[in-house]
Write a protein that binds this ligand. Sequence first.
Ligand code: BGC
Length: 564
Amino acid sequence: MPLVTAIMSLREALIAALRSLFRGKSFLKALLAFWTASPVAPGVPIPPQDAGAKAGADPAADFLAEAEHLLLGYIEAGGLKRFSRQLKRQFKERLWSNPECMLPSYNSQLPTGYESGQYLALDVGGSTLRVALVELGGKGAEGAKGAEAGIIRMDSFKIDNHVRSLRGTLFFDWMAERIHRTVAKDSTKGHTPELPLLMGLAWSFPIEQTSSKGGKLSTMGKGFLAHEGLLGQDLGNIIKSACQKQGLHVELSAIVNDSSAALLSEAYTNPSTRFSLILGTGVNIAVHLPVTTMDQPKFGDRPSSWHEKASHVIVNTELGMFGHDILPLTKWDKLLKADHPRPDFQPLEQLVSGYYLGEICRLALLDAIASTGVFGGNVPPSLQTPYSLSTETLSLIEADTNPDLSVALETFTIRHPIPSYRPTVADMTFLRTLASHVSRRSASVVAASLYALWELKADAERALLADPSSSSSCTFAAAEADAELAIASSKTTVAFNGSVVEQYPRYLARLQAFVDGLLAETGDENGDGDGAQGPTELKKGSIALVEAKESSLRGAAVALACLS
Ligand code: BGC
């Protein structure tokens, strides 16, 4: 064996030995495997199966062990807590510095639950547009058991790739046409420029709010191009003008990000709600924070009356935009990034949301097919196209718990046929395991984010309680901080919504387990180098994830009701 080749191979053997240490194999055994392996002539390609045979292992099993290490190795030995602290540091920094995320809404007070009436709500999500009439029962209402928000009528329109790629006003014209179609069923009579139809809007994209009914259109993720040519314009006015072209006079009286909508919708019925998590096509968390946690310019030009009344505010974190330089990136994430039109716009979203989980898995699967010979070494032709493996397909595969994986096999072969090869149970078990590593990593990153924000909020409430004069209405602020700490010490409710967290098999349980694990960890609680004491007294507190069904529509209605 030539010396250079031998040195290279020794290096590889050492790396392999170190890796196998993680998997419980002996270091010595791995080194012995190197010295006893027969030399391979340089330049001769090693067929995939032989490459595995050389290490004396099952190449598919080795690939999966390696994938698990690459995707989830970062959480070992307290790694998840460390990652959570790094995130917390980024959250704090951006509450003071970054104009694109940590965006304060206009909602300072949470709903009381007494709000009532019928409201028209609009939900522009990553894959559907919905228009609905929502009825808020109100706690005090006759016959009502408690506050309830029911959907009386709803129309849904799918947003496919064609609609996603509509630029500027073309997208809003598409939207207005559907709003008109729905509302026309009820007759638009009586709605004039002077007496427009009032609507609440939940918007699943970043928005820099300039009032409770307006906000500057910002760059959109999830493959949408509607912001092109309209950046910085008022979203309420854009929709209003598009509707006018259809002869429909509307007024967007309340605009909220979908994360804020989820928080409002659950808080309407469940008063301990202080956070919301959206995890579907995109990801986001909203949190109710003391206004003192963020820099004044973040609030823009708000009337002093708003500041006088606000001790807290719902903040749209735009969680997807965090994580630069600290995320546990694998070679497959880097490939995804290399092909992404805006690789640095939402780095965290690329690891966790439904828009990307399928793609990460596709890239890893192509790698595995080439290097281990799973699927008989055949790449399904359809999987050559980026983003062709959907997260929904993964969820159907992970949902199949029967030993013969018949549903998974059927689903995969119908969606991604391979000419003259039928995937085996072993192939499907391989893909299912790979998918589970990808989805578990997603749950771990989301859990770390949630925990970091929970700690950040608790720190902020304690600081406010210690120095209420930092807020414009001190007595009120101190009372609020006290109440908030009491909630954090007992049970904080996180309202969740979105296809991944609601429907992906076992996702919610994994997420809750990661969160509980972080809460249970003892030791240096704070460790973020800022000298502040950690929330030790909150150790007993729990974080409960509660499903908020149809939270965008309900939340948009609650936002509207809170104003009236
Ligand atoms: C958007 C957020 C939104 C989230 C969940 C992200 O891509 O930037 O505004 O809340 O998806 O829908």
